[in-house]
Design a protein around this ligand. Structure first.
Ligand code: ARG
Length: 459
């Protein structure tokens, strides 16, 4: 079939080129947005008198039929029609005849594709946002069950100070909350309606851009036609936000992988979220967590691809921009799948409270509290630090821990130590003493949970 743009051409497109520059194999995913956009455009052409009311109705009816044909799987897209925009126009004209050729009045594929992707990104932001909220809700429920599950907090992956598992989970809640806010922010900038920009310089027809924006649920319209057709910032922003979600998931997965080793033994993943080995019968591997960690790389790659695609482009539209879609789609698919499976994996894992508590007790995690105890007795902190350091060394040499030293032994390190030291270094007391806002004590954790719940409820 001859191309919709074939007028000035004397030769057919080389078949290799036809395949090479066609995007239908992947941009067909945009068909709903493309058709909705075309319906709004056709209605507007009728209202403004650019085409007749009857023609407008005919186009809308035809487009609705094309939509239901595609929905019903009754359509074969063709590579020769290049992309989703021209496929739809061709299907429409086949249905409604001559009037179909009026649809593209005062429009270019350049503003059309900008419209489609913006609509797509807005929808996907809403879906990813909902997944992030669900994940935060799941983390909150899990945290509520583990308010007094003491575990070691780490720096350098060395046991540092005691926290609770609830507190640890809430750290990720904060990250996912920021991810959600980043997406909302990106959505505001995506929410601008570009139709009317034409190929690059607007159009001579008196379009009603606000009407189209309104019909399609956009809160504003773009203000520069060159920018409108060549901007993909919003896709970059989305993919950057998706990359950070993947960073957060990946770090969490790394911990889950560590925690499920025999060396840590803090959790056991459910059988449904683990896999076995083809050779080693005893193995139960945290493949799901590893795969999420691995897939983060794809999304970073998608971001890099988009940035590199854009960086050398002169204004306005260039065909390079067709390369935005596969990266964007891949980022969307990957982040959604990962969020979904991750949520299920943590909701079903078994938490080994006793092992966490034993690890917290074992690694001198109360040493700072002992130093703080001496500070309260009047010792300058730097000195207290040195005294406790010596006590730790003494314990290490005898394979004991700080709780096991007698008062007489303590007195040798500092005469200021009294019987109350044992409460000061009791692991639960160490946690409870950290009740400042943002800390691991139950009270602070309850306040943090309240705050997150309010945010999730939209308050
Ligand atoms: N398939 C193209 C894309 O995705 C649509 C715009 C094509 N415009 C053009 N002048 N070749 O970017």
């Amino acid at each position: 079939m001859s191309k919709l743009w074939s007028g000035r051409f004397q030769k057919e497109t080389d078949c290799l080129v036809e395949d090479f520059h066609s995007s239908i194999s992947f941009d067909k995913r945009l068909y709903k947005y493309d058709i909705k956009g075309s319906i709004a455009h056709a209605q507007m052409l009728g209202r403004t008198g650019i085409i007749s009311a009857a023609e407008s109705e005919e186009l809308v009816r035809g487009l609705e039929e094309v939509l239901s044909d595609i929905d019903g799987g009754r359509v074969e897209f063709t590579v020769s029609a290049e992309d989703i925009h021209m496929n739809v126009e061709q299907l429409l004209t086949a249905k409604v005849g001559e009037v179909g050729k009026k649809l593209h009045t005062a429009r270019s594929r350049n503003d059309q594709v900008a419209l489609d992707i913006r609509m797509y990104v807005k929808d996907e932001i809403d879906q990813v946002g909902a997944l992030l909220r669900q994940l935060q809700a799941d983390l909150l429920s899990l945290a509520e069950k583990h308010m007094d599950t003491v575990m070691p907090g780490y720096t350098h992956l060395q046991r540092a100070q005691p926290v609770t598992f609830a507190h640890h989970l809430l750290a990720y809640c904060q990250m996912f909350g920021r991810d959600e806010a980043r997406l909302r922010d990106c959505r505001r900038r995506t929410d601008e309606m570009p139709l009317g920009a034409g190929a690059l310089a607007g159009t001579t027809f008196p379009l009603d851009r606000e009407f189209v924006a309104d019909q399609l649920g956009f809160s504003s319209i773009t203000w520069n036609s060159l920018d409108a057709v060549s901007d993909r910032d919003f896709a970059v922003e989305f993919t950057a936000a998706a990359s950070l979600i993947m960073v957060h998931l990946s770090r969490f997965c790394e911990e889950i992988i560590l925690w499920s080793t025999a060396e840590f033994d803090f959790i056991e993943l459910d059988d449904a979220y683990s896999t076995g080995s083809s050779m080693m019968p005893q193995k139960k591997n945290p493949d799901v967590a590893e795969l999420i960690r691995g897939k983060s790389g794809r999304v970073f790659g998608d971001l890099q691809a988009l940035l590199t695609m854009l960086k050398g482009l002169p204004l306005a539209y260039n065909k390079d921009m067709q390369e935005d879609k596969e990266s964007l789609f891949d980022a969307v698919d990957t982040v959604k799948k990962c969020l979904l499976v991750f949520g299920r994996m943590i909701n079903t894992m078994r938490v080994k409270k006793d092992n966490m508590a034993a690890a917290a007790k074992g690694g001198f995690t109360c040493a700072t509290d002992l130093a703080d105890y001496l500070v309260r007795k009047g010792v300058p902190f730097r000195e207290a630090h040195a005294v406790v350091g010596k006590a730790v060394f003494y314990c290490l040499e005898q394979a004991r821990n700080l709780e096991q030293l007698s008062l007489e032994e303590y007195k040798k390190f500092s005469p200021l130590v009294e019987e109350d030291v044992y409460e000061a270094i009791n692991i639960k007391c160490c946690v409870e003493a950290r009740r400042l806002t943002g800390g691991p004590a139950a009270k602070a954790v309850i306040d943090a949970i309240d705050k997150i719940r309010q945010r999730l409820a939209g308050g």
